[in-house]
Design a protein around this ligand. Structure first.
Ligand code: ADP
Ligand code: MG
Ligand code: ZN
Length: 494
């Protein structure tokens, strides 16, 4: 960070006003999977194209549109697309650039911005990261950005917004991922009174986003973007753009002419799980242990009826702390889970440790700690939150503490039940886990041979795709495959 007189220049150079009008070629075609947001913004586009129509009617056009959504969902892209669609100028400034400025500079910059904008009307003024300027005035001192400065900048912004009529042809757009910290003054009528939600993409949206970016690279015929989308729930547009980019680089690196499915798979892995840590040394014993453990997860996932489809199993560590991984992918976005699904999820989690028990005659390792923690959390939720234990009935136990203090909903809770109930919760959790564990032990004992086969193959190849697993398990007779209790003829089994 600059010091002394250097800081002055530093401060001065910040908060640039970007006039990207001349190269604004982004249109709605470049933004995928946010149809509702686009629909809401159509009106703004229309207004900017023919303001006279609205002026005649005296219709009220929103002055300020606030785009709200997680980072990387395409808010900035949408704002640019509005300008592109309307073929108007686009001025932007980012709230974060105001950090480290001296009193008065921020306010002056805001004044400049609107001055320029009015001269170029119709146009869009885009304020990215509005929260950096627009934090509620009471919310304490931001590091490096004095309250005074922020307040002056914010006041100037409010004054500018109030000081013109949208009929002048200037539309203010802003983006934030933390709308809750914004000063309420910003959201009042006549300011950012229209909010547009830009949410994380669901499966079909992810396919659409991948398609948009795939247009820019040469793709081989084997590429199935649906598959890539299927394995990336939770990812936002920026991540997906990244995957396509990365896949192109990988294709070039291996001397390919086109991006193939393997490039996309690898790119998705990289973005999702971090780079492969091939350099890490694992002893042969350790490698075998991880292979057995992951084979257990995989075989249980392939055997129970309600597990998410298995995509791949690997003993290559991809993230710090993990040894191998078994990748299951939900086929669609999940909003709720049934009791059998939860039980099968726990079964898959217990599969790793149970396989170790079976293979090593009861000698277990530390490798299952994370699995057990997740299984424990799940079973306790079944008992105390979802009413899935007959003994405790359809009640919830424990009252979550006020939400703002929690990192996760199950972080901390107030105990509103007796000591005796606490014991029954423990007993019930234990009983459920024991039952599932028994089932898992049965599955893996019955299928010990295929389990060993998978683990041997894992030691050899390190990573097995679903198709390879299917082939590996094909010799098994159908009736031997699957959960002895649950398997039904119509369930496709590996
Ligand atoms: P945000 O402003 O919400 O953080 P950006 O608009 O900066 O996200 O997105 C970064 C990049 O990610 C975009 O330039 C684009 O390449 C890609 N991207 C994000 N969302 C989408 C989307 N909905 N459709 C297509 N590409 C997207
Ligand atoms: Mg942005
Ligand atoms: Zn495990």
């Amino acid at each position: 960070m600059a010091q002394g007189s250097g800081a002055l220049t530093f401060g001065k150079n910040r908060a640039k006003i970007h006039d990207e009008s001349s190269r604004m070629q982004v249109t709605f075609e470049d933004v995928a999977g946010v149809d509702e947001a686009k629909l809401e913004l159509e009106e703004v586009v229309d207004f900017l194209r023919q303001p006279a129509k609205y002026q005649k009617l005296g219709g009220r056009i929103p002055k300020g549109v606030l785009l709200v959504g997680p980072p990387g969902t395409g808010k900035t892209l949408l704002a640019k697309a509005v300008a592109g669609e309307a073929r108007v100028s686009f001025f932007s400034i980012s709230g974060s650039e105001f950090v480290e400025m001296f009193v008065g500079v921020g306010a002056a910059r805001v004044r400049d911005l609107f001055e320029q904008a009015k001269q170029k009307a119709p146009c869009i003024v885009f304020i990215d990261e509005l929260d950096a300027i627009g934090k509620a005035r009471s919310s304490g001192r931001a590091i490096g950005f004095s309250n005074d400065e922020r307040e002056q900048t914010l006041n100037q912004l409010l004054a500018e917004i109030d000081g013109f009529e949208s009929s002048e042809g200037v539309i203010i757009m802003a983006a934030t991922n933390t709308p809750e910290v914004l000063d309420p003054a910003l959201l009042r009528a006549g300011r950012f009174d229209r909010q547009v939600l830009v949410d994380r993409p669901d499966l079909k949206d992810r396919v659409a986003i991948l398609k948009v970016h795939a247009r820019k690279v040469l793709m081989a015929d084997d590429v199935a973007l649906e598959t890539v989308a299927g394995r990336t729930p939770g990812m936002v547009g920026a991540d997906l753009a990244n995957i396509v980019n990365e896949s192109a680089l990988l294709a070039v690196r291996r001397g390919g002419e086109r991006v193939e499915m393997r490039d996309l798979e690898e790119a998705a892995d990289r973005v999702m799980l971090g780079l492969e840590k091939k350099s890490r040394v694992m002893s042969p014993e350790e490698k075998e242990r991880v292979a057995v453990h992951e084979a257990g997860h995989a075989l249980v996932a392939l055997s129970v009826k309600h597990a998410d489809p298995l995509h791949r199993v690997s003993i290559i560590p991809r993230s710090i702390g993990a040894l191998g991984y078994t990748l299951q992918l939900p086929t669609q976005e999940r909003y709720l889970m049934t009791q059998p699904e939860l039980e099968d999820q726990i079964a898959v989690l217990l599969g790793g440790r149970t396989a170790e028990e079976i293979h090593y005659g009861g000698v277990v390792s530390t490798g299952a700690a994370d699995d057990l923690e997740r299984a424990s959390a799940l079973v306790r939720q079944m008992v105390t939150r979802f009413g899935m234990s007959d003994a405790l009935g359809p009640l919830t136990y424990g009252r979550p503490m006020a939400a703002q203090f929690l990192k996760s909903p199950f972080d901390m809770e107030e105990r509103n039940y007796s000591e005796r109930t606490a014991e029954r919760i423990d007993d019930e959790s234990r009983r459920i886990v024991d039952e599932i564990r028994k089932r898992v032990t049965e599955i893996l004992s019955k299928r010990r041979e295929p389990m060993e086969r998978i683990s041997r193959e894992l030691i050899r190849k390190e990573t097995l795709e679903r198709a390879e697993l299917d082939k590996l398990l094909a010799p098994d007779e159908p009736e031997k495959i699957g959960d002895p209790e649950r398997v039904t003829p119509e369930v496709p089994v590996a």
